[in-house]
Design a protein around this ligand. Structure first.
Ligand code: PGA
Length: 263
């Protein structure tokens, strides 16, 4: 039987102020310590906006660290003339252990290609970060029966050149684009089917053990009311949470649901 610790990410996107971010981090860390004994059974990461990373990192350190810190994106090079970009090394320097790559808003609002996402993934790993690789289909792709093909294309492009040793620092987030921020969620059965297909792609690129070990989060309108049934699915290992991560009580309830699904 697989033994995968569920992981829940809070993607704060371009929300909060510095004060609100500090308060949210404080409430999440305190709630986890109080509720689940230092977050037992679930790994929790928050992804604040870049300008607030140091502030949020300081709050999390002060609380004794059941919550990890991540950047919402990462550039492909360690340094250089790339105005406005942030490297994996800079994220590490600011206390981050994780980075998101290939979030659908980066792919579809900002036009990032599969190849660029792959370069970012490799850059995050070579900086020593854990990477959360987001994949997922758009509504027309789903309606055209291309969900698995799109996920496979995105996975193969991103993981090309990532060795088996580094794969242990990759988490996959399956986020159907039509479910993000829309209040529409994949049914647990549909999400499970997509997750199983993603795991099969990892098995074909690496091996059965790597596929069993990798964690695949679900993302897209996860709320306290639907988290438990999603996380109960055998191939769903926690979630990547947008809107509901901005309310500590909602986010903590979702973390609790993931902890309860630990296997
Ligand atoms: P949502 O966002 O929970 O607001 O749908 C998820 C995400 O974008 O990661």
């Amino acid at each position: 039987m697989p033994s995968r610790k569920p992981i829940v990410g809070g993607n704060w996107k371009m929300y909060t102020t510095q004060d609100a971010a500090a308060g949210l981090a404080r409430d999440v860390a305190a709630g986890l310590i109080a509720g689940t004994g230092e977050g037992a059974g679930v790994e929790v990461v928050v992804f604040p906006p870049f300008p607030y990373l140091l502030t949020v990192g300081a709050v999390l350190r002060e609380r004794g660290g059941p919550v990890a810190l991540g950047g919402q994106d990462v550039w492909t090079q360690p340094e250089g003339a790339f105005t406005g970009e942030v490297s994996g090394e800079m994220l590490r320097d600011c206390g981050c252990t994780h980075a998101l790559v290939g979030h659908s808003e980066r792919r579809h609002v900002l036009g990032e290609s599969d190849e660029l996402v792959g370069e970012k993934l490799r850059a995050a790993l070579s900086a020593g970060l854990h990477a959360v690789l987001c994949v997922g289909e758009k509504l027309d792709e789903r309606e055209g029966g291309r969900t698995d093909a799109v996920n496979e294309r995105q996975l193969r492009a991103a993981l090309a050149g990532v060795g088996a040793g580094d794969l242990s620092r990759v988490v996959i987030a399956y986020e159907p684009v039509w479910a993000i921020g829309t209040g529409k969620t994949a049914t647990p059965e549909d999400a499970q089917r997509a997750h199983a297909a993603i795991r099969a792609v990892v098995a074909s690129m690496y091996d059965a053990d790597a596929a069993e070990a990798i964690r695949i989060q679900y993302g897209g309108s996860v709320k306290p009311g639907n988290a438990a049934e999603l996380f109960a699915q055998p191939d769903i290992d926690g979630g990547l949470i947008g809107g509901a991560s901005l309310q500590a009580s909602d986010f903590l309830a979702i973390c609790g649901a993931a902890g309860g699904s630990a296997r």
